[in-house]
Design a protein around this ligand. Structure first.
Ligand code: SAH
Length: 341
């Protein structure tokens, strides 16, 4: 499994090169890429391609897939949370949410995470491995098949840090937005990062039209140092400078995530510091009442405090809203994704 590669992660040009490189007629490449675009999970499904051809490819390639290990459906709002099994028996989670404008999926990019944010469940056992582009895609295909729906929006906000798996995430973005594939446009995709500044700068150069979400969670280094180890590497001002540059280059608004944690980052003073930090930027602040994943740490403030905080930001000229909670009865919210298997 380690030496052979995921066929599902290849684009059309790479499939062409592979096919002609092993002496197979070129028209087979089109057939094979066509099957991959349909989301097949095995060579057996490629019914119009001769077995000998497939066997030849399978010497160096496998086809990744995810299967539904468990499925939880919210009785409140129909949100579906999946525990998916990968082909090496690792587990990841994805969440499908229904909005007025269609279905949105929250996908994972790694098995576990090594970023160590203190309030987040995905990082508790560290990172096991990166997902391939094909495995990120498979989460969408499998959910679509299982629910008999079409997904129209994607958020890269499940387990893992997308920018810590940069190449595979970028490959996924290319494949999922491709016309012959799922054809989900960049404007329907959000990528969330805890603030891997060197990769934000790299991404900026590509001028993609996706929405970049920054998990900020604190208005200063003192608080951010306490809850997010990444802040030791890149300080708040370096992150904000990178964001300003990103907005300038791409012309896209940035979305800041701010998980509100009682007595940690929810004071009036924090709100005022946040106004100062973000003033003049084309951005939006998403306030997420923290979901408690540790028994006695990182509680959410009461609802009144959350809305007071929102009000301070808005009156200071910062566009802020409180994020609606979906799937509350199935632990589907941010930071609670962790295979209990
Ligand atoms: N690694 C990426 C994406 C995955 S986390 C990132 O950090 O952005 C998706 C979002 O959920 C992030 O904003 C993250 O900070 C937030 N989150 C994690 N744990 C949370 C919790 N317990 N309560 C609320 N939000 C949480």
């Amino acid at each position: 499994m380690i030496l052979i590669k995921d066929l599902k992660s290849l684009n059309e040009i790479e499939i062409n090169e592979l096919i002609t490189g092993i002496g197979i007629p070129k028209f087979r490449a089109k057939q094979i890429f066509g099957w991959l675009c349909k989301g097949v999970d095995s060579f057996d499904e490629m019914s119009n391609v001769p077995k000998a051809v497939l066997e030849k490819i399978a010497e160096d390639y496998y086809i990744s897939y995810v299967t539904v290990e468990r499925k939880f459906v919210s009785q409140i709002d129909g949100t579906v949370k999946y525990l998916f099994r990968l082909c090496d028996d690792e587990f990841i989670e994805s969440v499908v949410m229904k909005y007025k404008h269609g279905y949105s999926i929250c996908v994972s990019t790694q098995v576990g995470c090594r970023m160590g944010c203190r309030f987040c469940a995905s990082t508790i056992e560290g990172k096991k491995r990166d997902l391939t582009a094909g495995e990120i895609l498979s989460q969408i295909f499998t959910a679509q098949k299982d629910l008999n729906i079409r997904i129209s929006n994607i958020v890269l906000m499940g387990m893992g840090e997308p920018l810590d798996n940069y190449d595979n995430t970028l490959k996924f973005l290319e494949l999922v937005s491709g016309e012959s594939g799922l054809n989900i446009g960049m404007r329907h995709i959000s990528l969330s990062t805890c603030g891997v500044v060197d990769k934000i700068k790299k991404l900026e150069q590509l001028k993609l039209q996706l929405t970049l979400s920054i998990s900020l969670h604190a208005p200063n280094d003192e608080i951010r140092d306490m809850i997010m180890p990444i802040n030791k590497k890149w300080r708040v001002n370096e992150l904000i400078e990178a964001c300003k540059s990103y907005i300038n280059t791409t012309g896209r608004r940035i979305s800041f995530e701010y998980a509100m944690i009682k007595d940690v980052n929810d004071s009036d003073d924090c709100a005022k510091q946040l106004i100062k930090l973000l003033s003049g930027m084309i951005c939006h602040v998403n306030l997420i009442p923290a979901n408690q994943v540790h028994k006695d740490k990182f509680e959410r403030p009461d609802t009144k405090r959350v809305y007071e905080f929102e009000k301070i930001l808005n009156s200071g000229g910062i566009n802020a809203t409180v994020r609606r909670t979906l799937g509350a009865d199935i632990n589907a919210s941010c930071g609670q994704l962790k295979g209990k298997k």
